[in-house]
Design a binder for this molecule. Structure first.
Ligand SMILES: [Zn+2]
Length: 307
């Protein structure tokens, strides 16, 4: 297990190594479009010689101007970083949110398992019905009610239906398993996102920005970020309901009482959720709905095998 501080040390080391080798990876290449021409916005390095002989290196982004129609206005890399970091700050949730998310997801999984059993039962019955139909076809053929060709054609149709039914059963399981993972990964990103982004290397920054944003458009010197449907809904929800929540961010985590761990979400549900938990619940429920309809997968941002 890698702690957050170890993670930051590794990232810092990688950055220093890159700097020594004179390398600089542009985190936002491939993400930003130009607001004037729609072309790609790319990172560039500029070395400026100072009057005292020292050199200053600047990293900035501008339109690649592939259509030769753009006036090249540049924006500093640091400005883009700051802007994305601010978005992550508005999305931030307290660390306890992650444990709460795990409880809720476990509860949803239970519910889904019960549904799954019912669906499985129905599908098994449907498959049995199709198998009976197939047997019946054979009987008809043997009684000369169907020609060989007719029999083969009908049998193939039934077989195909059976295969489709088995596949759809498998597929829906895989889809929901991926959904639970994505919700948990989203919870981690909401809390740790800003720390991971600020301490992360270019690849990490790219991945976070890509996960957050549907579009990044640079017009002159200002970047417009449109969040992806999932995070857009969360941001909206947080601005509507988040007053309680904002207070507790940055506050020390409340130590869990011993019996609290045993308090499954199920029993919490019998008691009404308090203000903050209700907001959390809404965020998770929104995340579930948005992820389900967008079919977007949120990657796991936890460093290595940390959990
Ligand atoms: Zn352009």
């Amino acid at each position: 297990m890698v702690s957050l501080s170890e993670f930051h040390q590794v990232q810092k080391h990688l950055k220093q190594q890159n700097r020594k080798q004179g390398k600089h990876d542009f985190a936002f290449n491939g993400l930003i479009r130009c607001g004037h021409c729609g072309g790609a916005v790319c990172g560039e390095k500029k070395t400026v010689k100072l009057s005292d002989g020292r050199t200053n290196v600047h990293f900035y982004y501008s339109c690649a101007n592939s259509k030769k129609t753009c006036v090249r206005k540049v924006v500093n890399e640091a400005t883009i970083e700051r802007q994305i970091s601010q978005v992550l700050e508005t999305l931030a949730v307290p660390v306890e949110f992650i444990a709460f998310a795990k409880q809720v997801i476990a509860h949803w999984k239970d519910e889904e398992m019960q549904n799954r059993e019912a669906v499985k039962q129905k599908q098994a019955e449907a498959i049995q019905g199709l198998e009976r139909k197939r047997d019946k076809l054979l009987e008809m053929k043997l009684n000369d009610l169907l020609s060989d060709a007719e029999y083969r054609e009908e049998k193939e149709k039934v077989q195909a239906e059976i295969v489709v039914m088995r596949m759809s059963q498998q597929q829906s399981h895989e889809d929901t398993d991926a959904l639970w993972e994505s919700i948990e990964n989203a919870a981690v990103l909401l809390h740790y996102g800003q720390a991971f982004f600020e301490g992360g290397n270019a690849a990490m920054q790219h991945l976070i920005a890509k996960t957050l944003g549907a579009t990044f458009v640079l017009t002159d010197r200002s970047l417009a970020i449109e969040l992806s449907p999932v995070f857009g809904r969360i941001a909206q929800l947080k601005s509507e309901l988040g007053a309680d929540m904002q207070k507790s961010i940055g506050a020390e985590p409340v130590p869990e009482r011993e019996n609290e761990a045993e308090n499954s979400f199920q029993s919490q549900q019998n008691a009404p959720l308090d203000g903050e938990r209700l907001v959390w619940w809404n965020i998770l429920d929104t995340t579930r709905t948005a992820l389900r309809s967008s079919r977007l997968a949120i990657p796991n941002f936890m460093p290595n095998n940390a959990s």
